[in-house]
Design a protein around this ligand. Structure first.
Ligand SMILES: Cc1cc2nc3c(=O)[nH]c(=O)nc-3n(C[C@H](O)[C@H](O)[C@H](O)COP(=O)(O)OP(=O)(O)OC[C@H]3O[C@@H](n4cnc5c(N)ncnc54)[C@H](O)[C@@H]3O)c2cc1C
Length: 151
């Protein structure tokens, strides 16, 4: 059994506590999303942007908004997958790897657009990222990842 997560976390410590009423009784909606982390809230936002309105979509959260990994993460936003580009190509082939990689860059653009559009106060900065290398292998993997940004 995993240890329960501590109640205090980065998002909670740096934001105004937001509370929402618990769901009571039977309710009908078009879409019910379980979990108010990035995945759940991003999905709700995408539905809203596609014209779904309040009441159409319900987000259920067992604890509080951002209680899971989303409220505790480092806030770094960049494209690619943690397995690295070489392993991605090996797993799915070059064409699919390029398409998947492109999707991650589109996701970064989407996040930036939303930060601007909704005036999200997250101290967003676009200043690149340092990736120190400990070996020739990791240096070559980073060089190859840089070339993927033009796909
Ligand atoms: C320490 C750390 C640092 C990270 N740093 C980065 C980073 O810098 N950049 C990056 O891109 N990614 C980072 N990540 C990864 C990223 O945070 C996660 O991939 C992302 O937050 C996952 O979002 P999620 O919505 O899927 O899950 P979560 O944020 O975990 O949300 C799931 C939510 O569902 C709720 N829930 C679960 N079960 C139920 C249920 N039965 N009923 C109702 N609610 C339920 C939980 O309470 C929780 O709030 C980091 C992760 C960690 C842990």
């Amino acid at each position: 059994m995993p240890e329960p997560l501590p109640g205090e976390h980065y998002y909670r410590a740096t934001s105004v506590a937001d509370t929402y009423p618990p769901l009571s009784g039977a309710t009908e909606c078009a879409v019910c999303i379980i979990g108010a982390g990035f995945a759940g809230l991003g999905t709700a936002m995408s539905l809203m942007e596609r014209g779904r309105c309040d009441g159409d979509v319900i987000v259920l959260e067992a604890e509080a908004v951002g209680f899971g990994a989303s409220g505790r993460n480092g806030g770094f936003v960049f494209g690619g997958f943690s397995l690295g580009e070489r392993s991605l190509v090996d797993a799915v082939g070059l064409d699919s790897a390029r398409k998947l990689y492109r999707l991650t860059l589109d996701a970064v653009d989407l996040i930036r657009r939303r930060v601007e559009r909704y005036g999200i106060e997250c101290e967003a900065r676009e200043e690149g990222v340092y990736r120190p290398t400990g070996s020739a292998t990791s240096a070559s993997s980073i060089a190859s990842s840089a070339s993927w940004r033009t796909v």
